[in-house]
Design a protein around this ligand. Sequence first.
Ligand SMILES: [Zn+2]
Length: 370
Amino acid sequence: MYQQHSLLAQSLGAQREVLSLHFGTRGQGPKIYLQAGLHADEHPGMLVLHHLKSRLLTLEAAGRLTGEVVLVPIANPIGLGNYVCGRQLGRFESSSRENFNRHYLDLAELVREQVAAELGDDAAANVALIRRTLTTRLQAIVPRTELESLRLTLMTLACDADYVLDVHCDSEAMVHLYVHSEQQAQGRVLAGYIGAHAILHATVQGGNSFDEAFTSVWTALQQAFAQQPIPMATFAATVELRGINDVSHELALADAEALLAYLGHLGLISGAVPAVPELVCEPTPLAGVEVLNAPHAGVVAYRAPIGSWVAAGTALADVIDPLSGQVSTLTSSIAGMFYARVIERFTEANTELTFVAGREPLRQGCMLGA
Ligand SMILES: [Zn+2]
């Protein structure tokens, strides 16, 4: 079940590895790839995949797996060990200062020339060709750094999957998803099972995040080879499993069950499939998220709970400077779902504090935070 993937040693005596857990039979049925902890200081998904592993072992023993499941519960051993003054900082690599969930390779660019001559009229054959080529091209890259080798390892494990779920969490948040705009229908299904309060869609999020690598490859190849049938063969999503402190057996067990129901829906598990639960929200553009920043430093007192639908003009938070007495109220200028806010109750000037998902696009360019 376990496969070990050694990373390039960035220094001497510092060899790290990624472990992947494999269920079902390779090449048989649909394949789903799930990873947690790419931002290594985001822990809810790690516990969910722990519980999911137990359930998958049971299902596999009972002969009920009809597809292939790959779990990487600890996707980022580099960030996991990055403690500064006793505090884990797992979002950025300390050496390069790069965000672990940015700068993934342009996979279309990687395979475009190699597949050009072999693409034909059979969509399924084209998908198989592209996936084979992705795997061999990724395996042929010689990484120069540990971070590059981590990115290559994760991409190689995921590049031939039909479904890629990158499980993160926000600061304080309701469950929400990032999906490609062309995959809103599939996003709705996942959202139904996992109880998402926002489905944020974009054609380009900006930043080349992990999930985006597996959708942009298909859209870019579709554009490059307009004469050949190339479907959006991979559904990829970032799943934000609530906030940083929402780690409990109760939540994780329920999330694992929800993911199993989703896997059943996708045809990876035989037996009865629970119907897609009623949606809490409809997809909204990522460009429609209103982010409010602190106008100055101060203590943060929130005035609205996350998970609430707010009207335009709703006060979301106060930022209080106890020295001057200045109190600034952050007010939503749009109607939408107040789905996330930062957990810290003291802010520097200009820090992002509140996130409301509205229906109309407001923003342009890179729409992911640092
Ligand atoms: Zn994250």
